[in-house]
Design a protein around this ligand. Structure first.
Ligand SMILES: [Zn+2]
Ligand SMILES: [Zn+2]
Length: 137
């Protein structure tokens, strides 16, 4: 199955309307294997992904449907990654303090579940490792 075909299947499975621009966006995110910003998603999806406003709307719609997760706490830009297609919950992110690039990373001993904290209703657990990426070192 090519990525576009896989993307259409994933969209259908989430009960989302399948459009050419959404399929192109999801296929681009599958190829990226790391969180991407709006600008990067627009570039990666190419002309099939539509203009930047279309990409933005699709990112919001797919995030709302739980197909994408906004990667929080990694700095200046909003970054998005797929919640499906091999992206497990509970991995950490490496963020470059210079160029803002973000990569997913599996850390040994990373808590998969937040500790039970008295009186708190925990909704998410994120770990971000800061540093300089290979290109910026
Ligand atoms: Zn960098
Ligand atoms: Zn990630």
């Amino acid at each position: 199955m090519d990525p576009e075909e896989q993307a259409r299947t994933l969209l259908k499975a989430k009960g989302l309307r399948v459009t050419g621009s959404r399929a192109a966006l999801v296929a681009a995110l599958m190829r990226a294997h790391e969180p991407v910003s709006l600008e990067a998603a627009h570039k990666l999806a190419g002309s099939a992904g539509g203009d930047q406003a279309t990409v933005y709307r699709n990112l919001q719609a797919l995030t709302g449907a739980g197909m994408l997760r906004q990667v929080k706490g990694v700095g200046r830009r909003e970054m998005f990654e797929l919640t499906v297609h091999g992206h497990r919950h509970g991995h950490a992110h490496m963020a470059c303090t210079r160029c803002g690039r973000v990569e997913c990373v599996e850390l040994d001993g990373m808590p998969q579940q937040p500790p039970k904290l008295k009186g708190w209703n925990v909704s998410d657990l994120t770990v971000t490792v800061w540093g300089l990426c290979p290109a910026c070192r």
